[in-house]
Design a protein around this ligand. Structure first.
Ligand SMILES: Nc1ncnc2c1ncn2[C@@H]1O[C@H](COP(=O)(O)OP(=O)(O)O)[C@@H](O)[C@H]1O
Ligand SMILES: [Mg+2]
Length: 365
């Protein structure tokens, strides 16, 4: 079996690094504060959230509800995902009987309709019928019911949170109407793959969740630890030739979690006799469809700017960089800002930019 998983979240006991992020998220959760994690796709959010849910229960007896809102489209679907997440959390805590009894009552109150509901949600989502909204309110109220019943607190973790708005563009307001009553009862973690959207949800004073969650950054994995981890697995698999290339692998993939695992996967498969290059090429090929899709979503101006970065113009407003793209300064500045806001590029401390996905320049080349 290939020891390197790259296409699904890692089991909680397999993480490289992330101790600091995990500790901070736990601290906030225990302190009753909400947090948000915004990072590009494949940067290890779900993996980290799984570990957080585990630790929250194992070490602190907080009941975790880990929900993935990826591609959710209807309120009924939102409700079902929330229900499943709580159910799973209760099973983990061997609280099945509590869960069953809560749901019996929940079903009943949803059928009767929750008083005052229309005022919060009446205007919100005309597509949704009252029954679905009643169920949503009921499931969002679960932390309160759990706390009243068992004295335990919930940790509600909402992954790919921005997709919730597809099911109803004011559902963040509906959520807020519950969250504000959950002080000392539940903590929330919001994670999302579109940094700019996450910023506008939490950083725009017109939105209901404005300043409701502290931002926790998710950076690259530390190169040293990453190399050690990969090396240990190659050693255990007896893949001696491949071990020679581990440091180079960590350097080229620049701490990008999924890209590192993808290259390691192919390095293991290939054996490493011909160096790292064949594995790297195979990994980039594997990612090519997604890269192509991203490329097509860019404007011409953005493409030229990305081309300039790939050609080594990491300072985009220099004369040389402007000569390369043949853009005016303000056009270039605006494209740079957009690419940073969307998380395609990131800015280093010295003001230079780099690709968030180390495969992008390789693929472009
Ligand atoms: N802490 C980590 N240590 C090692 N590999 C990781 C880590 N986090 C993520 N990965 C790798 O990245 C891949 C994508 O991670 P995932 O958590 O699904 O990212 P996201 O939810 O941000 O899209 C995983 O399959 C795994 O190969
Ligand atoms: Mg994910």
């Amino acid at each position: 079996m290939n020891p390197f998983i790259y296409d699904r979240p890692l089991p909680p006991d397999q993480l490289v690094g992330r101790e600091a992020e995990l500790a901070l998220l736990l601290d906030l959760a225990l302190g009753g504060q909400s947090a948000r994690v915004a990072a590009p796709r494949r940067y290890g959010k779900t993996t980290l959230l799984g570990a957080l849910a585990d630790t929250a229960w194992n070490s602190h007896e907080m009941i975790p509800a880990l929900v993935d809102f990826s591609r959710v489209t209807s309120i009924d679907d939102v409700v079902e995902r929330l229900e499943r997440a709580y159910e799973h959390g209760f099973e983990r805590g061997r609280l099945r009987t509590v869960w069953r009894s809560l749901r019996r009552r929940g079903g009943a109150s949803a059928q009767l309709g929750v008083p005052g509901l229309a005022t919060v949600t009446g205007a919100v989502t005309p597509r949704a019928d009252a029954q679905s909204l009643a169920r949503l309110h009921d499931v969002l109220d679960l932390p309160r019911q759990v706390h009243a019943r068992t004295g335990q607190r919930c940790l509600v973790i909402l992954d790919e949170f921005q997709d919730l708005l597809t099911a109803g563009d004011e559902l963040d307001g509906v959520l807020r109407s519950h969250l504000q009553h959950h002080v000392g009862i539940a903590s929330y973690v919001f994670a999302g793959s579109q940094p700019s959207l996450m910023r506008s949800l939490f950083g725009d004073r017109r939105r209901p969740l404005f300043e409701q969650a502290r931002s926790v950054a998710l950076g690259p994995l530390p190169a040293g630890e990453l190399a050690e981890w990969i090396d240990a697995r190659l050693a255990a698999a007896g893949s001696e030739a491949a071990r020679e290339h581990v440091d180079e692998l960590a350097a080229v993939t620049a701490g990008h979690p999924q890209r590192a695992m993808l290259v390691a996967h192919f390095l293991y498969q290939d054996g490493g006799d011909e160096g790292l290059a064949p594995a790297l090429a195979a990994a980039v090929r594997e990612a090519a469809d997604a890269l192509d899709q991203a490329w097509r979503s860019f404007t011409q101006v953005q493409r030229r700017v990305l081309g300039a970065v790939a050609a080594g113009h990491t300072r985009l407003l220099t004369d040389a960089a402007l000569a390369y793209t043949r853009h005016g300064k303000s056009t270039q500045r605006q494209a740079r800002r957009m690419l940073l806001a969307e998380g395609h590029l990131h800015e280093r401390e010295d003001g230079t930019v780099a690709f968030s996905d180390p495969f992008f320049p390789l693929w472009l080349a």
